[in-house]
Design a protein around this ligand. Structure first.
Ligand code: NAP
Length: 313
């Protein structure tokens, strides 16, 4: 059986890097991975992690999702210009009250997260349609469902869902949205650091206070408590791309399931917002205690897992 060609964007760090390495290391060698990044000088970490797969089941190529010419050149350089599985992973975040963000900052996020994928599809989709075969995988976010603090970042990721639903009419094409919760990567650090620099002078006092003392305070703790590793997400994604009938949506973090279930339970959308509001603003002590309890459970399970592994050696 011939190898499936997988093109992944944003492989210089985090989820993209872990994905590229995991898929290239597939035990059955079912895939040829083209791991792309906009700046090839950032390739060192991927080269190191790829190890012996480099030049065998993994090749690194330049691709900037904001530059049509670079997409065309990258896809044009592939054998038969063929992509069987596109994993649209490149992305960036932006947090803060909307009145404190410039239109240029917001456009930049939309240009990368939303139009980046549109540009890729314009190049890759026609060939998938012609061959009546293809799988498009989008690294989305569970936050698109569980929205409390509405940001341009969420809009950019959530718009993708609506847009791509219509593609399901092509029964020969599969579309899957991978919906992680928090994942511990550079993304978290970059977004947090930028968040700290937000100029809150255009926000009213209540909003500024909420952003600094509730949102930013909880941000770190939520990542520490509920955060998954990029390798976890890579494992989930590998499972999805090897399924005969891959699902349209796939959440990677079961701790988020109760909140997203509320979204579907109430067509008005009030239930999850009310619940989250109460958790954060009215029962914050219980909320924080639960997060600390979860942190302890995770620490204990990791410890017992390590001990089990040691015993088996
Ligand atoms: N971390 C999370 O909590 C989380 C949760 C849900 C969804 N996600 C999504 O997962 C994806 C990967 O994020 P991550 O957590 O792995 O963060 P990351 O480590 O910051 O990775 C983001 C990647 O996207 C690349 N990128 C940015 N703009 C690009 C462009 N114009 N063209 C090509 N590549 C570009 C970055 O390249 P440079 O190194 O050149 O900047 C980097 O390789 C993103 O779409 C993010 O929205 C992340």
């Amino acid at each position: 059986m011939s190898q499936k060609v997988v093109l992944i964007t944003g492989c210089s760090s985090g989820i993209g890097l872990a994905l590229a390495v995991r898929i290239a290391k597939d035990e059955k060698k079912r895939f040829m991975v083209y791991a792309t990044m906009r700046n090839l000088s950032k390739g060192e970490a991927l080269i190191k992690a790829a190890g012996r797969t480099l030049g065998r089941t993994l090749e690194i190529k330049q691709l900037d999702v904001c530059d049509e010419e670079s997409i065309r050149a990258c896809v044009g350089s592939l054998p038969e210009h063929r992509v069987d599985i596109l994993i649209s992973n490149a992305g960036m975040g932006l947090i803060g009250p909307i009145e404190c963000q410039s239109i240029d900052e917001m456009k930049n996020v939309m240009d990368t997260n939303f139009f980046g994928l549109v540009r890729l599809l314009k190049e890759i989709l026609p060939d998938m349609k012609r061959r009546k075969k293809g799988h498009i995988v989008v690294m989305s976010s569970v936050m698109g469902i569980q929205v409390l603090y509405y940001t341009i970042f969420l809009t950019s990721q959530f718009t993708l869902r609506r847009k791509y639903y219509s593609f399901c009419t092509y029964s020969f094409l599969s579309i899957s949205l991978i919906e992680p919760g928090p994942v511990i990567t550079e993304f978290e650090r970059k977004v947090y650091d930028e968040g700290l620099k937000t100029d809150l002078s255009k926000a009213d006092q209540v909003t500024a206070n909420m952003f600094t003392n509730i949102y930013m305070k909880n941000y770190k703790q939520i990542f520490e408590t509920l955060g998954q590793t990029p390798e976890d997400i890579a494992e989930h994604t590998l499972k999805i791309i090897t399924m005969e009938n891959p699902p349209f949506r796939h959440q990677t973090n079961t701790l988020y399931t109760p909140m997203t279930t509320l979204k579907y339970a109430d067509p008005n959308g009030d239930l999850p917002i009310d619940t989250f509001y109460k958790m954060v603003f009215e029962h914050d002590k219980v909320f924080n205690a639960s997060l600390n309890f979860l942190k302890l459970l995770r620490w204990r399970s990791r410890k017992s897992f390590t001990l089990e592994k040691d015993k088996s050696n």
